[in-house]
Design a protein around this ligand. Structure first.
Ligand SMILES: [Zn+2]
Length: 314
């Protein structure tokens, strides 16, 4: 029997079963349960590491091709990352800590490239060697392939650590938070972002909500769950943001029409001609635009489908 990550209780109740709606890597169903004490949602039982690996498609990160569509997609991705960039920029400016910024789970390195254009020093870290190589090649962002516990950085040497959509994928999120604490200089900032299970989208859509993303998400955090974890690791919560232009509207679009999601089509290697590709991209983009008012409203009520949290290392 497994215990709750946040409160340690072993009481829980089944909530629902769900399968991989987005990438369809398996037909299996997975059980999501709710902690009977604190209410944290988790996958239970968790797949073993060698099994979980099979549920990560091998082209899981973004590497644009040189076609017009590829260049347009990159321009779009740069535009919609502005919430992340501004949030982290403010956190770093308000911190007195010195040193580089480490982006954990850096993928293809676009965020690091944008931070460097704004004058920050940065390094990346990713599970995937290919992703780290792309980050280095495309954005000249030095990136290493490692687990954070074994990352080659000196203790207290970093001004900032970012983890966008990382914690929910880990067996032991607390180990990553502790490592971030060790690596940050006093006054340094940790910025984490996760899908928010206290969102209107989850209440409305339940297991069809894109943020559930079984079996890759081992936890479905609410903002308050992450804050408890952060505090238990010694951090002080500074600021929260419930809207992300990149994630919230697109998450709703992908929940409603997972078969239109461009990343899912690429990952699943859906065969389509260029006309069909363009038509599906446009239909998806129309859905994203249509989702904007709803996602802005839920965020205004602190129930956005993602939450970004700034925490200070004392
Ligand atoms: Zn609990």
């Amino acid at each position: 029997m497994s215990a709750c990550l946040v409160c340690g209780s072993s009481r829980y109740a089944p909530l629902f079963k769900a399968s991989d709606r987005l990438y369809r890597t398996t037909a299996r169903e997975f059980a999501v349960v709710r902690c009977g004490e604190c209410g944290l949602l988790r996958l239970d039982p968790q797949p073993a590491p060698e099994e979980l690996r099979l549920y990560y498609p091998d082209n899981y990160w973004f590497a644009p091709d040189q076609s017009a569509a590829g260049r347009m997609e990159e321009a779009y991705r740069r535009l919609v990352l502005r919430d992340h960039v501004r949030f982290v920029e403010r956190a770093l400016r308000e911190s007195q800590a010195r040193g580089p910024l480490l982006d954990v789970g850096c993928g293809g390195g676009l965020f690091l490239g944008l931070m460097r254009e704004r004058g920050f020093r940065e390094v990346g870290l990713d599970f995937s060697r290919e992703a780290a190589a792309i980050a280095w090649r495309r954005h000249q962002a030095p990136a290493v392939c490692a687990m954070l516990e074994h990352a080659p950085f000196r203790a207290q040497s970093l001004a900032g650590v970012t983890m966008f959509h990382v914690l929910e994928h880990l067996y032991d999120p607390r180990a990553y938070l502790r490592s971030a604490y060790e690596l940050l200089a006093p006054g340094g900032r940790l910025v984490v972002q996760v899908p928010n299970a206290a969102s209107w989208q989850f209440r409305l859509l339940g297991r069809a909500w894109n943020g559930v993303d079984v079996p890759r998400h081992l936890f479905d955090f609410r903002g308050r769950d992450v804050e408890k974890l952060l505090e238990s690791c010694g951090f002080a919560v500074v600021r929260r943001k419930y809207f992300s232009l990149r994630d919230n509207p697109a998450g709703l679009a992908s929940s409603v029409a997972p078969w239109l999601d461009p990343m899912a089509r690429r990952v699943r290697r859906v065969r389509e001609g260029s006309g069909a590709r363009l038509a599906k991209d446009l239909a998806y983009f129309a859905l994203v635009l249509a989702a904007l008012p709803f996602t802005a409203a839920e965020a205004a009520f602190r129930a956005g489908s993602t939450v970004m949290i700034e925490a200070r290392r004392p």
